[in-house]
Design a protein around this ligand. Structure first.
Ligand code: ATP
Ligand code: MG
Length: 446
C-alpha cells in the first residue's frame, strides 16, 4: 500500500520527480495567498506549499497530527529551511486527529509529565521524547553490539520465579495456579546458571522491584542490562563494564549527536582506565567534607553526587564494599590466599580488612549509580556460610546453591539499569522520562 512512499530525508535525491510522502501534519500556516503544511515522518519535516488556485486543497480542513499522504514534486527553495519544499498534486487525509491535542507536542509550553505520560502515544511525537528514545535505542543497540562482538551470548531469563533471588524484600508476589510465585527482581541466578555452562552471557530483561518509595531515580519495573562471565573476577568484569560503557557512550554520540544536542547534553567520553576508588577512600573523602557517613553505610543519592565532584571524574568505580552492604553471593577476600593477601597488603597495608570486605563494585556515572557488580561465590560451603552470616537460612536457598555443585567455575558479572543510564546520558531529572511506559507506585497505564 505504501511501498513506493518516500521518506522526507530522501526527498533531496528526487527533486523534480513525482513522488509520494506519508506522515503527520505537524502544523499549518494559512495566509491569504498561500498555505504551508508541514509534514513530519520518521526522518524529518518538509514544507508543502499550496496556492489558492488549488481551491480544494487550499480550503481542506486539516488539524495537527492528522495522517496524510501527498503526491507531487519537491523543488529546491532558497527560503525553506531544508533547502527543498513540496508542490503537491494530490493530498489525502488517511485519518483525523481529535483537536485540540491533549499534550503540547510542539513544546512551546511543555505539558506536565503526568499529562505527557497519560498520552504517551502522542508524547512520543514531541521532539524531546523522540530524542530520548532514539538515544535509548542507540545505547541498547551498542550494548548488544559490543557484547555479541566480544563473544558474549544472549540469554533469556524467566520473569516469573519460584523463590526470591536477592533476599525477601521488594518482591511482587502473584498467584500461580495452586502456588505463589514472584516477579523476578533480577536475572541473578539464571545468568549464573548460564555462565557456568556458556561462560560469557548477556541479556536485556525486564525486572520488577516492589520498592515502596517514589523517587526521581527509581521505578518498579525496569530493564536490566546484565552480563555474567566465567573464569573471571571482579576486576575482569569491571574492564568489560568500562569498555561496554565507553562503546555505548561513543555510539550514542555518533548515532544520536543531534538528539543529544537538542537535549542540551554534551557527552564527555570517559578515558580508560576508569578510576577505581575503594569504599574506604570514598567514605574518608566524604567525611573530609563533613558528611555524616560511617563504615558500613550506603551512599545516599546526594552523597553519590558529592563524591563524583570530589573524585572529579564523570565515570568511576567504587570497589571493595563492606560485606553487610552487598548480597550474600558476593565473594569475600581470602587473606589466606597469596594473591588476595598481596592485594590487601598493598592496598590497605593490612590483610585483616579482608574479613570485612567483598569483591563488589558500583559504577557511578554523571553523579549517580548506574551499575553494580560482584565476583560471585562458586563454592557451596562458602556460599552457605555467607547465607548464614546474612542471618538467612541456607535450607531456603537450596534451589540456588545446588547449581554450583556440578563443576561451577569462578565467575563474576554486573547489571546496568537501562532507564537509569538513559536518564544520565540524556541529563534528565526524572527517570520516568527515560522509560517508554513507566510503572511506579501510582502508574499502571498506559
Ligand atoms: P539503587 O541503590 O540505585 O537503588 P540498587 O543497588 O538497589 O540501586 P542493583 O540491584 O545494584 O540496584 O541493580 C543494578 C542497577 O539497576 C542499578 O545500578 C540501577 O542502574 C538499576 N536499578 C536498580 N533498581 C532500580 C529501580 N528501582 N529503578 C531504576 N533503576 C534501578
Ligand atoms: Mg546497586
Amino acid at each position: 500500500m505504501f511501498d513506493s512512499r518516500k521518506y522526507v530525508e530522501e526527498v533531496k535525491e528526487h527533486v523534480d520527480e513525482t513522488i509520494t510522502l506519508a506522515g503527520w501534519v505537524a502544523r499549518t500556516r494559512d495566509l491569504k495567498k498561500i498555505r504551508f503544511i508541514v509534514l513530519r515522518d520518521r526522518t524529518g519535516e518538509i514544507q508543502i506549499v499550496v496556492k489558492p488556485d488549488n481551491k480544494e486543497m487550499f480550503e481542506l480542513p486539516l488539524g495537527r497530527e492528522d495522517v496524510i499522504t501527498v503526491t507531487g514534486k519537491a523543488v529546491t527553495s532558497d527560503v525553506a529551511k531544508a533547502g527543498v519544499e513540496f508542490i503537491p498534486d494530490t493530498l489525502d487525509v488517511i485519518n483525523k486527529s481529535i483537536q485540540p491535542l491533549p499534550v503540547d507536542i510542539l513544546e512551546n509550553k511543555k505539558s506536565d509529565l503526568d499529562t505527557r505520560l497519560n498520552f504517551r502515544f502522542l508524547d512520543f511525537r514531541s521532539p524531546s521524547s523522540n530524542a530520548i528514545f532514539r538515544v535509548q535505542n542507540a545505547l541498547s543497540t551498542a550494548f548488544r553490539e559490543y557484547l555479541s562482538g566480544n563473544d558474549f551470548m544472549e540469554f533469556q531469563p524467566p520473569g516469573i520465579i519460584g523463590s526470591a533471588s536477592e533476599g525477601g524484600a521488594d518482591l511482587f508476589t502473584l498467584p500461580y495456579f495452586e502456588k505463589q510465585a514472584f516477579l523476578a527482581q533480577s536475572p541473578q541466578l539464571y545468568k549464573q546458571m548460564c555462565a557456568i555452562s556458556f561462560e560469557k552471557v548477556y541479556t536485556i530483561t525486564p525486572i520488577w522491584r516492589a520498592e515502596k518509595y517514589n523517587t526521581p531515580v527509581h521505578l518498579n519495573e525496569i530493564r536490566q542490562m546484565d552480563i555474567e562471565q566465567a573464569f573471571a573476577d571482579d576486576e575482569n568484569v569491571m574492564d568489560v563494564l568500562q569498555n561496554t560503557l565507553i562503546h555505548m557512550l561513543e555510539q550514542a554520540k555518533e548515532k544520536t549527536g543531534e538528539q543529544l544536542e537538542f537535549l542540551g547534553r554534551d557527552l564527555e567520553i570517559p578515558e580508560k582506565p576508569l578510576r577505581r576508588v575503594t569504599y574506604i577512600e570514598a567514605i574518608e573523602m566524604l567525611q573530609g567534607e563533613g558528611e555524616t557517613i560511617m563504615w558500613g553505610d550506603d551512599f545516599t543519592k546526594t552523597q553519590e553526587k558529592l563524591l563524583t565532584k570530589l573524585v572529579g571524574k564523570e565515570a568511576f568505580f567504587l570497589k571493595d564494599w563492606p560485606g553487610e552492604q552487598k548480597t550474600f553471593y558476593a565473594m569475600p577476600y581470602d587473606k589466606e590466599n597469596e594473591v588476595d593477601a598481596k592485594y590487601l597488603e598493598e592496598t590497605y597495608g593490612n590483610v585483616e580488612i579482608g574479613d570485612k570486605i567483598v569483591r563488589a563494585f558500583d559504577c557511578l556515572y554523571a553523579g549517580i549509580e548506574i551499575s553494580s557488580g560482584t565476583m560471585r561465590i562458586h563454592k557451596v560451603d562458602l556460599l552457605k556460610e555467607r547465607i548464614k552470616y546474612k542471618g538467612l537460612n541456607p535450607d531456603n536457598f537450596d534451589y540456588y546453591t545446588k547449581a554450583f555443585l556440578y563443576g561451577a567455575p569462578p565467575h563474576a558479572g554486573w547489571s546496568i539499569g537501562l532507564e537509569r543510564i538513559t536518564m544520565t546520558v540524556c541529563g534528565l531529572d526524572n527517570i520516568r522520562e527515560a522509560c517508554m511506559f513507566p510503572r511506579d507506585r501510582d502508574r499502571l497505564v498506559p
